[in-house]
Design a protein around this ligand. Structure first.
Ligand SMILES: C=C(O[C@H]1C=CC=C(C(=O)O)[C@@H]1O)C(=O)O
Length: 502
């Protein structure tokens, strides 16, 4: 028997079991704002606490994140409650991280995978199927839950005998007695309770007085960059460009992150509401209607959007979105570029690729979009890579929904015309698990919390020949609306000349 447990211990441990459904709903209703979040239609993942954050920069950021993640995966032993055998095959159960990746490799922002201490999930149709997992580095200051589990395990003689080869032995959940599971489960729940109590409560909106100000890119700057972009298009330098702008919301008090997320998740329930902690106090949050790529048990899917129409003032006319979006040639061309960019990049990694011949109208509370749901299956080779979701994300980012066509030309023109750092805006945001499953949306309709009192919002528009700069500017305001409303700014906030931020 190895007497030095700290050396012989198998690195990290995660333990997953099922919880009755209400736990997830409770957690959603009581967010503190410090969680990692991925929610849609009341389902998703909520991460509490923080074990580690994998960070990366530059054009190698995808492979650095992938490598860092695989390091964690190979160092983690997964334990599952044997009374919930489906958990082992449930995406987002076991070691799970939340990730935000920059749009451009030249960004000064870091790309991250944040690994929470505890992850609550509600993934399946069955409300009982709520997963829960925890992981903790051995050697660093261990969190209460895993310290309890591991020390408890080490106190049992038969596990002491196993410390040298415990990865295999402990992976077999059936080895643990029913009472052992009860102890693990209870200690995990205690830790969850502790984390929730420790979470710094964010100030509620009462008393806050947020104001909207111009960001780095003013209305005029945006209009000028669209006009110059159109000149490049007519010169044939590119066929499509997606140009963006920012706007700043600042408040005298801490912004109510939990409330913002709650409002987004309620109102934009068919979108994916996200919140990922970055370095320091920074955080990416929002609610995106666009699924960049999702990979679960070999099945791949995406929801691709391009083509937008503001709903304000047109809700009563059912033909309005049909005539001005579905049947509009310019919007259809803009959409097709986005589909082509995705499907071309997927080739080689997937088979049975299915993209609909016609887009459908996606109705959101603020806008209509042209949308296409694409599906495929991973090739056997792609499945074996160990981190299929990150491979897919690297392959498909950036699509022409947020960059343009041809991709490298558009990316350089964006860099030149916008002349600001998009940071995480329009980059991939989502989660991944230890089996290579995951979901990454495109970080749209959101913002970056820069300080407790300040959030930078972003919005962009695809332009093709025939686009009008003033219309595109108005469209940015329609796309900013979900965040402005969630921040408690006037529902009527539309186009205006914004004061410059200080
Ligand atoms: C770039 C954004 O939206 C993209 C996604 C849907 C529709 C778009 C459009 O119609 O321009 C954009 O391609 C954004 O929201 O900032």
């Amino acid at each position: 028997m190895d007497s030095d447990h700290t050396v012989a211990l198998p690195h990290y441990v995660s333990y997953s079991f099922s919880l009755p459904g209400p736990h997830f709903a409770d957690l959603q209703n009581q967010l503190s704002g410090n969680e990692s979040v991925w929610l849609r239609n009341g389902r998703g993942l909520i991460g509490l606490g923080s074990i580690a954050s994998i960070k990366a920069e530059g054009s190698e950021r995808f492979s650095t994140l992938r490598q860092g993640w695989l390091g964690w995966v190979s160092n983690t032993t997964h334990l599952y409650d044997p009374s919930a055998p489906w958990l082992e095959h449930t995406p987002g159960v076991g070691l799970t991280g939340f990730s935000a990746i920059t749009f451009d490799p030249r960004s000064a922002q870091q790309s991250v995978i944040a690994i929470p201490e505890l992850v609550f999930g509600h993934r399946l149709a069955d409300p009982e199927a709520t997963g829960f997992s925890g992981a903790q580095a051995n050697g660093n200051e261990p969190a209460a839950n895993v310290r309890t589990w591991v020390s408890w395990l080490l106190e049992r003689e038969r596990f002491q005998d196993l410390t040298g080869l415990s990865v295999q032995a402990l992976q077999d959940g059936a080895e643990l007695t029913a009472s052992a599971h009860e102890i693990l489960r209870q200690s995990a729940l205690d830790a969850a309770q502790q984390l929730r109590e420790q979470a710094t409560p964010v100030e509620q909106s009462t008393g806050t007085n947020p104001v909207l100000e111009s960001g780095w890119i003013s209305d005029e700057h945006f209009v000028r960059s669209v006009q110059t972009g159109l000149e490049y298009l007519s010169a044939g330098t590119a066929e499509k460009l997606v140009l963006s702008r920012d706007a700043v919301v600042r408040s005298e008090h801490a912004l109510p992150v939990a409330q913002i997320l709650d409002r987004l998740a309620q109102r934009y329930h068919q979108c994916w509401t996200y919140s990922v902690p970055g370095p320091g106090v920074t955080r990416l949050l929002g609610s995106t209607p666009e699924m960049l790529i999702k990979s679960q048990s070999g099945y791949v899917s995406a929801r691709l959007l391009a083509g937008t129409l503001d709903r304000v003032g047109h809700d009563q006319d059912p033909n309005y979105p049909i005539d001005n979006l579905l049947k509009d040639q310019k919007q259809r061309i803009e959409h097709q570029f986005a589909i082509d960019s995705l499907t071309q990049e997927l080739h080689g990694m997937v088979c049975d690729l299915a993209a609909p011949a016609e887009p459908f109208l996606l109705e959101l509370p603020n806008v209509w979009h042209l949308a296409s749901d694409v599906s495929a299956r991973l090739t056997d080779e792609a499945r074996k890579s160990g981190c299929a979701i990150m491979d897919l994300v690297e392959r498909v980012h950036p699509t022409a929904a947020v960059c343009g066509t041809p991709t490298p030309v558009a990316q350089d023109l964006i860099y030149q015309l916008e002349a600001y750092d998009r940071s995480w805006y329009a980059g991939p945001v989502g989660w991944l698990d230890h089996t290579g499953n995951g979901e990454f949306g495109i970080a749209l309709r959101g913002g970056i919390l820069e300080t407790a009192q300040q959030i930078r919002l972003y919005a962009g528009c695809g332009i093709v020949t025939g686009s009008d700069a003033e219309n595109e500017l108005a469209e940015t305001y329609a796309k900013l609306r979900p965040m402005l409303q969630a921040l408690g700014l006037a529902e009527s906030t539309t186009r205006s000349t914004l004061p410059r931020s200080r």
